[in-house]
Design a protein. Structure first.
Length: 218
């Protein structure tokens, strides 16, 4: 039975993120939070990022707007999506400098980054964290637990699962799902599996080239 590294994307959301943090704390499960820069000007949302970090959960940059994937944008625009969110996160992104591109529904491939974004991440010493399990809780708030169980059961390597702390009702199932896994003896990882990290502290790892396309014209 493979271990799981949990991650939560697209927050923070005042209606949902506190519940997620409470469940993780009660069950003593680590997780990663990849936040959107556009949320961070709101003091209440920023306070939730601080709360996650204070609880020991790494916080990463998930672009500013979560719009068109960076590999399909002009170079300068893609870099700005990363840099603006890094600036807003400030010290909360240190020391790891985690970054997760948005895949447009969870797909992996060269649409994730362009050359300019890749160079920016390398120069900044970022660690890029991808995934290998997407139970689609963002689209199937009632049915994702069954998908998550099936993806975990079928995994041949440690799982990096992407969930979303969004106000769609999906996270009402989180405590039950995590409890079932704990009852089965599943280990929860505090660090992302190496196979899901194609750039570590600015150093290229296997698979990074597969995530990068040429810059689009401005």
């Amino acid at each position: 039975m493979q271990p799981i590294c949990l991650s939560f994307d697209n927050g923070p959301e005042p209606e949902v993120t506190p519940l997620v943090l409470e469940v993780l704390a009660r069950r003593r499960i680590p997780a990663m939070f990849f936040v959107l820069g556009k949320h961070l000007a709101d003091p209440a949302r920023f306070a939730l990022v601080e709360r996650a970090r204070a609880a020991g959960h790494p916080v990463g940059n998930h672009t500013f707007s979560h719009g068109v994937p960076l590999g399909r944008r002009p170079g300068a625009e893609a870099v700005a999506e990363i840099a603006r969110t890094d600036e807003l996160l400030g010290r909360l992104r240190l020391p790891e400098r985690y970054f997760r591109p948005n895949g447009g529904g969870g797909a992996l491939g060269p649409h994730l980054l362009n050359r300019s974004a890749a160079r920016h991440l390398q120069a900044g010493g970022h660690t890029v964290v991808l995934w290998n399990a997407i139970p689609r809780d963002f689209a199937e708030p009632a049915d994702w637990p069954a998908t998550a169980r099936a993806q975990h059961a079928a995994a041949a390597a440690p799982v990096l699962m992407v969930l979303h702390d969004l106000p769609n009702g999906a996270m009402r199932h989180l405590d039950r799902v995590l409890g079932e896994w704990q009852d089965q003896g599943v280990e929860f990882l505090a660090e992302p599996p190496a196979a899901c990290v194609p750039l570590r502290a600015g150093l290229v790892q296997p698979g990074f080239a597969d995530c990068v396309s040429e810059d689009n014209a401005p």
